[in-house]
Ligand binder design. Structure first.
Ligand code: ZN
Length: 465
C-alpha cells in the first residue's frame, strides 16, 4: 500500500503520536488514535472524534506526553522581563501557535502573560514582560547566539562554534524495526540511519577543518537509550487498551500487516526507537554537550509500500524544519506547552530562522532540488524566505535546548536518489544517470557546510576584517 508522504512523516517524526506516559493515559490516547486514523482506519477515525469530545472529562491531574516528565515551571522565573509583549505575541502568533489554542491556556495581557500550568488544578505561571527592548533582562541560556561568539580566526569561519551532529534514526540491525529500510531487487538495502551517519561523518570532518568544535550525538548504529522494546511491553499494552484495543495482539504478522500498529510489539518498538531514544539524545545534548547548534540529518522518502518490493518515484525534493507550528491538541499537554514556552523564551528561533534559511538556500543551490510542499498546512507553517523552510513540532526540535536545524533533503526512493545511493560515496564526480555528480553523501555534507559558512561569515565578526 502506498502511504502518502504526510503520513510517512507523521509516522516518522512528529509528536501527535507522542503516545503517552504512565502518568497520563487520556489526552494522549486521542493522539495515538488520531495517528492511527491518519494511516488507514476510517473506523478508528470515528472513535478519535468521540474521544476528543470527551477529552476534558478524561483528563488526569498531570497531562504529560509520551515518556515526558512533569514540567518545572519555576525555571521560567529566570526569563522574567526578558521579552517584550510584542515579541512574545509575535512569536506565539506567527511561529509557535499558528494553529490556534484553547484561549485559557495562554492569556496575553498588557504587562504579563498568564500560562496554565495545570488546568484541573487551575494553577498558573505569570510571566512579566520587559517594558521595552532597551531595558530587557538578559536571556539565560547555555548556548551562544552568533553575536556572542568570539571573533572568528582567520580562514576559520566556524572557529569556536560548538556543533552537535544528530544523524537521524539508528540504522544497522535496527533499520527494519524502525521502518527505515527497503531493498529493491538484489541491490544494497537502503537504510536511512546508515546514510545519515555517513553524511554526518563527512560533515564532521569538514566542519572541524573550518574550526568548529564538533560532537556526535550518535556515531555508530547503536541506540543511546539503555532501554529496549521489551522494557515497554506493559506501557504499550496500556496505550492500546486506552485506545480502544481491549485485547491487543502480542505480535505483528509481517511488515505489511494492516493492523500492526495495534500490536504490543509495534507499540513497544516505537516507544524504544523513537520516544526513549530521542529523549536520551536530548539528555546528552542538554546536560553534557551544550552545543550552540544541533544539526539533525535525515533523508526523506515518499511512501514505498512493501519494503521488499518498494515503489520508486520520480519525485525528489528538499525541505528543512525548525521548531514551531504546534497543534492545538499538542498544546494541551502540560509538558509540551511548557517546552514550547521555554523554547520561545530562549529565543532559539531568532537564531534558527536566518541560519536554517541560509542553509536551505545553499542546499537548494547545490542539490538543484525543488522545495517540498506539504499536501496540507495542518501540521506545518512555512517560514523564512527561501521557500524550503517549515516550522513543525518534532520531538527533537522541541526538546534539544538550543537552536536546531533539521534537514530533509532527497527522496531515498526517488529514481535519482536511489541510483546515487547505490553508487555509494566517492571523491570528485562520476556519471550517474547520465549526469556528472558528486556522491550524494558529499553533496549533502558540502551543501550544509556552505550554508553554515555563508551564515557565520556574515553574521559574526572576523578578526581579519
Ligand atoms: Zn528521518
Amino acid at each position: 500500500m502506498k502511504i502518502n508522504n504526510e503520513t510517512r512523516m507523521t509516522k516518522e517524526c512528529r509528536t501527535p503520536n507522542d503516545k503517552m506516559s504512565p502518568h497520563s493515559l487520556s489526552a494522549a490516547s486521542v493522539l495515538v488514535i488520531r495517528h492511527l486514523s491518519l494511516v488507514r482506519h476510517s473506523l478508528i477515525r470515528a472513535s478519535a472524534f468521540l474521544l476528543l469530545i470527551f477529552l476534558p472529562a478524561l483528563q488526569a491531574a498531570d497531562n504529560i506526553s509520551v515518556l515526558g516528565s512533569k514540567p518545572q515551571w519555576s525555571v521560567l522565573e529566570h526569563y522574567q522581563e526578558t521579552i517584550t509583549r510584542d515579541d512574545f505575541d509575535r512569536l506565539i502568533q506567527s511561529v509557535y501557535c499558528t494553529h490556534g489554542f484553547a484561549p485559557d491556556l495562554i492569556q496575553i495581557n498588557e504587562k504579563t502573560a498568564r500560562l496554565i500550568k495545570n488546568r484541573c488544578a487551575q494553577e498558573f505561571f505569570t510571566l512579566r514582560f520587559a517594558a521595552n527592548n532597551a531595558e530587557h533582562q538578559p536571556v539565560p541560556r547555555l548556548w551562544r547566539p552568533t553575536k556572542s561568539l568570539p571573533a572568528a580566526r582567520s580562514g576559520k569561519p566556524l572557529s569556536g562554534l560548538r556543533v552537535a551532529l544528530d544523524p537521524g534514526h539508528l540504522g544497522g540491525k535496527w533499520a527494519r524495526m524502525e521502518e527505515r529500510w527497503f531493498q529493491f531487487g538484489n541491490s544494497q538495502p537502503v537504510q536511512e540511519g546508515d546514510l545519515a551517519l555517513r553524511v554526518a561523518r563527512l560533515l564532521g570532518r569538514r566542519l572541524r577543518q573550518l574550526g568548529a568544535n564538533v560532537s556526535f550525538i550518535r556515531n555508530n548504529n547503536e541506540p543511546i537509550t539503555a532501554k529496549r522494546p521489551d522494557d515497554f511491553h506493559e506501557l504499550a499494552r496500556k496505550i492500546l487498551i486506552k485506545n480502544g484495543v481491549p485485547q491487543p495482539r502480542a505480535d505483528v504478522l509481517d511488515p505489511n500487516d494492516p493492523e500492526k500498529e495495534q500490536t504490543i510489539r509495534w507499540q513497544s518498538e516505537i516507544l524504544f526507537y523513537r520516544y526513549s531514544e530521542i529523549r536520551r539524545r536530548a539528555a546528552l545534548v542538554n546536560f553534557k554537550l551544550h552545543p550552540d547548534l544541533v544539526l539533525c540529518l535525515h533523508l526523506n522518502a515518499e511512501g514505498w509500500g512493501d519494503p521488499n518490493s518498494p515503489t520508486l518515484t520520480e519525485a525528489n525534493h528538499l525541505h528543512l524544519l525548525v521548531n514551531g507550528s504546534y497543534l492545538a491538541e499538542e498544546l494541551e499537554f502540560d509538558d509540551e506547552r511548557f517546552e514550547m514556552i521555554r523554547r520561545l523564551l530562549s529565543r532559539a528561533y531568532d537564531e534558527e530562522l536566518p541560519l536554517a534559511d541560509t542553509i536551505a538556500a545553499a542546499m537548494a543551490r547545490e542539490t538543484g532540488l525543488p522545495p517540498y510542499e506539504y499536501p496540507t498546512t495542518n501540521s506545518t507553517t512555512k517560514v523564512g524566505s527561501s521557500g524550503y523552510l517549515y516550522a513543525r513540532n518534532l520531538l527533537a526540535t522541541r526538546i534539544y535546548r538550543c537552536p536546531v536545524v533539521y534537514c530533509e533533503p532527497y527522496v531515498m526512493n526517488s529514481e535519482d536518489a536511489f541510483a546515487r545511493i547505490q553508487a555509494g560515496d566517492y571523491e570528485g564526480t562520476r556519471n550517474v544517470n547520465g549526469t556528472e555528480r558528486k556522491s550524494i553523501f558529499r553533496e549533502y555534507a558540502d551543501s550544509v557546510v556552505d550554508g553554515l559558512v555563508d551564515y557565520y561569515s556574515k553574521a559574526r565578526c572576523s578578526r581579519d576584517r
